[in-house]
Design a protein around this ligand. Structure first.
Ligand SMILES: Cc1cc2nc3c(=O)[nH]c(=O)nc-3n(C[C@H](O)[C@H](O)[C@H](O)COP(=O)(O)OP(=O)(O)OC[C@H]3O[C@@H](n4cnc5c(N)ncnc54)[C@H](O)[C@@H]3O)c2cc1C
Length: 433
């Protein structure tokens, strides 16, 4: 405890990713009186949509309430994986075989889209294609994971290897896991660098992006919307809500459909590239099979460990969560007990009641959100698609179009059920289920 307190005094409560001066200072002209497309939210979703609408010739304004990167897109773990959350069997049971396959293919396509942007130089994001080690928390989890790897749905196979516990030291310098799986096509990025690159793309195509400009209210009019902002009123023919876990009172209908959940991260001090390679020899992302997920990775320069997870039952200040996150890190790597933590931060991801992302529109009001903590590949991909849909382009169609976007009775956007749910999941994790 004393150690944690001593550490806290020197910790920055800002994302490690914002260290190297990446957050751009945007020009601050007054907002235009009228635009074709107004996008609320300047994260991956909003900026990817803006690139499409501008390229198609629509005057496009993006409003970001904070600085660039204030939302999740400037503060995530940068892990790129297949990110459709429901298991294939669950998708199949709910949506039928053909649609389940189509939805799962969107997840694969999202990864492929990002990989292509990165490899062609269209996205500056410090892409690291090292794959991911998915560690089994219990022997029972290992058996289930191995079975899954051997029985992947036909046509949706990912490149996966099963790693027995006896071979695990090739992946991680720890006996914490009971073996696991390697997902060879997973990757990692520098999330803030990726955001800035998407920002530049949108700007180069003609979008105007204003930071520190909040959309305060939205009123439907005969031929579009009147959007009142913290810097004046803008008329827009079409509006996109790209607010994900930061969806506030602007649209109560959408707010009732996303569950904001805090996700917490820490960065260690520079440990040295050699030491990091000792800890994670293949430099892969690591995720484990617990319900209350833990995920970590080397920093892009290979010098630090960036570690994340759900640190508390209810939401807390990231600095207050530091001791728990640090102890979760040292559970896996006791050898890091003396390592200092330099940054601790948090952001709001958006879960949905069916754990699928949702995009669609109602009479000119578009939305794209609900990536359930896995928007690094999904948000640029679906953001692009919704931008294309706004322009009436056929290539914007997705397998998620037209899905019911569920809410629940007595839910208005404040997840009162979160603490008991996390407690129940944590109990199941500790019992090894
Ligand atoms: C700690 C953490 C770790 C994560 N790690 C991973 C990971 O490793 N891999 C992965 O795939 N995903 C990860 N995620 C999730 C991922 O970052 C998000 O899914 C993704 O960034 C969502 O992008 P977005 O553009 O939809 O939303 P955001 O980037 O959150 O952007 C929404 C923006 O809307 C703005 N906004 C809201 N209301 C208004 C308003 N009224 N007016 C103007 N602006 C408004 C907000 O300020 C915010 O910037 C993580 C998230 C967190 C917080």
């Amino acid at each position: 405890m004393l150690d944690a307190q001593a550490t806290q005094t020197t910790v920055l409560a800002t994302p490690y990713w914002q260290e190297d001066g990446l957050v751009p200072a945007l020009a601050a002209p007054p907002p235009p009186a009228a635009v074709d497309v107004l996008i609320v939210g300047g994260g991956y979703t909003g900026l990817s949509a803006a690139a499409e609408t501008s390229a198609a010739g629509a005057s496009t304004l993006v409003l970001e309430a904070g600085a660039v990167g204030a939302g999740c897109s400037g503060r995530n773990g940068g892990q790129v994986a297949y990110s459709i959350k429901p298991a294939f069997a669950a998708l199949q049971a709910l949506h039928g075989e053909a649609r389940a396959v189509a939805i799962a293919r969107e997840g694969l396509a999202a990864m492929e889209y990002l990989r292509t942007l990165a490899s062609t130089g269209d996205l500056d994001c410090e892409w690291r294609g090292h794959g991911c080690y998915y560690g089994a928390h219990t022997p029972r989890h290992f058996t289930a994971l191995a079975r899954e790897a051997e029985n992947q749905p036909r046509g949706l196979e990912q490149r996966v290897s099963i790693v027995a516990r006896s071979q695990q030291r090739n992946e991680i310098d720890s006996d914490f896991y009971h073996g696991g799986l390697v997902y060879h096509d997973d990757a990692s990025v520098n999330p803030m660098r990726m955001l800035v690159s998407l920002l530049k793309r949108a700007q180069e195509r003609g979008a105007l992006v204003l930071d520190h400009c909040r959309a305060l209210s939205l009123v439907r009019e005969r031929d579009g919307f009147s959007v009142s902002t913290s810097r004046g009123v803008v008329k827009a023919r079409k509006v996109l809500l790209a607010t994900n876990g930061y969806s506030g009172p602007l649209s109560p209908w959408h707010r009732r459909r996303v569950i904001p959940i805090g996700s917490y991260q820490i960065a260690t001090e520079p440990l040295g590239a050699e030491r990091v390679r000792q800890l994670i020899p293949q430099l892969r992302n690591i995720v484990d099979s617990r319900r209350v997920v833990v995920y970590y990775r080397p920093s892009p320069d290979g010098e630090r460990i960036i570690f994340g997870g759900r640190a508390a039952l209810a939401e807390h200040d990231p600095l207050a969560c530091l001791p728990r996150l640090k102890s979760m890190l040292t559970q896996v790597f006791p050898q890091l007990a003396g390592a200092r933590v330099t940054h601790a931060w948090a952001g709001w991801v958006a879960y949905t009641f069916d754990t699928l992302p949702h995009l669609g529109h109602d009479d000119g009001l578009y939305y794209c959100m609900g990536y359930c903590g896995q928007g690094v590949p999904l948000a640029p991909y679906f953001g692009r698609r919704i931008g294309q849909q706004m322009m009436g382009l056929a290539e914007g169609r997705t397998a998620l179009d037209g899905l019911n976007f569920p809410s629940r009775p007595y839910y208005s956007g404040v997840p009162w059920f979160l603490a008991p749910s996390v407690l129940a999941y944590r109990t199941l994790d500790s019992l090894g289920f």
